[in-house]
Ligand binder design. Structure first.
Ligand code: KG4
Ligand code: ZN
Length: 342
């Protein structure tokens, strides 16, 4: 079975063709970074127009890369939300049109389900597992029990972890996207021997019962510290503040995940792994913190390769394959995941 996936819910136009043997026959991602960078964040109108301008050519390139003709596809899957509605409409309309013309099933895939199942595409974990989904728009802990069976144990009450990185980077003047910029600045601070605790940034929710997250207080504290330090004429310390921010986020993610593992450990069957997915899971310091938590529970930490952690279409095509194999074709509804915009 070979499924074409389309992802257009944010600022990546992506097309992939994946088969049921977990092979990525084509896996293309076009980033719109340079188009949004002057605005310091994603502009929905620009994103939608850019998807519209690129998607048809990207599909043609994916088919050429896979050495396939359109009629050799078994189904078309597209992200149907949550996301920026203009971009989602472009991908869904294109996917439906192809499915109609080729007389193949169309699968409306929840973007979060794509992230949730990406670790089954590579490296191929078995159900059930605990998933920490940390991206620009979401921060959730889910017990993934099967295709379409997701039990949410915790979520953010305000910002997502990726948002904390992005807004933090904006406050510190480190540019967009924030995550990689903060990680690099933090690495410089670490190499310079800066102590992150010296900045006294809070670690919201740490040690509290339950598995929810909160990051907005951290952002406010960072802004205050940055202003104080700027008033002192000492903003070259921004690398130190980036390190402090990253340490706080890593500590909070690890603490909340540990709580979720304790809550999920009692349920049967036993978890096979702790899986970290979403753009923030690309952060090496966060992986290290989660590794420690997983080890304490005698579980492996599984993180899909970075390319599958950030937005991509292979995970959407793969979710389509999993849905087809499970006999579930109406995918973008329910499932216990939350749907912000569709
Ligand atoms: O999963 P993703 O590509 O898109 C969403 O669905 O949101 O995640 C993007 C987010 C952004 O907030 C970005 O700053 C963050 O992931 N991110 C990182 C890193 N790489 C990307 N955060 C921390 N460290 C990184 N290395
Ligand atoms: Zn995403």
């Amino acid at each position: 079975m070979r499924v074409l996936g389309i992802e257009s819910s944010c600022d990546e136009t992506a097309v992939a063709i994946v088969d049921d043997g977990r092979r990525r026959l084509a896996d293309l991602v076009l980033s719109q970074l340079t188009e949004h960078r002057p605005f310091g964040g994603v502009v929905p109108e620009i994103a939608a127009r850019s998807h519209l301008g690129q998607l048809d050519r990207l599909i043609a390139r994916a088919l050429a890369q896979a050495g396939m003709k359109p009629h050799e596809l078994d189904a078309i899957a597209a992200t149907a939300g949550p996301g920026l509605i203009g971009g989602v409409l472009v991908g869904v309309t294109m996917g439906k049109a192809m499915a109609l013309a080729l007389d193949r099933p169309f699968l409306a895939i929840n973007h979060l389900e794509g992230h949730a199942l990406s670790a089954r595409l590579d490296p191929g974990v078995a159900f059930p597992y605990l998933l920490l989904l940390v991206s620009g728009g979401h921060c959730q802990l889910l017990r993934v029990e099967g295709v379409g069976r997701y039990r949410r144990l915790g979520t953010t009450v305000d910002d997502a972890a990726g948002e904390a990185f992005d807004k933090g980077a904006k406050i510190l003047g480190l540019g967009y996207p924030g995550g990689p910029a903060i990680e690099q600045a933090a690495a410089r601070a670490k190499a310079a021997g800066i102590d992150p605790d010296a900045y006294g940034l809070p670690r919201p929710m740490l040690g509290r019962p339950g598995c929810d997250f909160s990051f907005s207080g951290l952002k406010t504290a960072l802004r205050q510290r940055a202003q104080e330090r700027a008033a002192d004429g000492a903003l070259p310390e921004r690398d130190g503040l980036a390190l402090a921010l990253q340490e706080s986020i890593a500590a909070v993610l690890a603490d909340r995940t540990a709580h979720a593992l304790e809550a999920a450990a009692a349920a049967t069957p036993r978890l096979t792994a702790l899986v970290a997915a979403g753009g923030v899971a690309a952060n090496q310091r966060i992986r290290q913190a989660l590794e420690r938590v997983a080890r304490a529970h005698d579980l492996p930490l599984v993180a899909p390769p970075s390319r599958l952690c950030t937005d991509n279409a292979a995970m959407i095509a793969w979710a389509g394959i999993e849905r087809l194999e499970a006999g579930l074709t109406d995918s973008a509804h329910g499932d216990g995941l939350d749907f912000a915009a569709r």
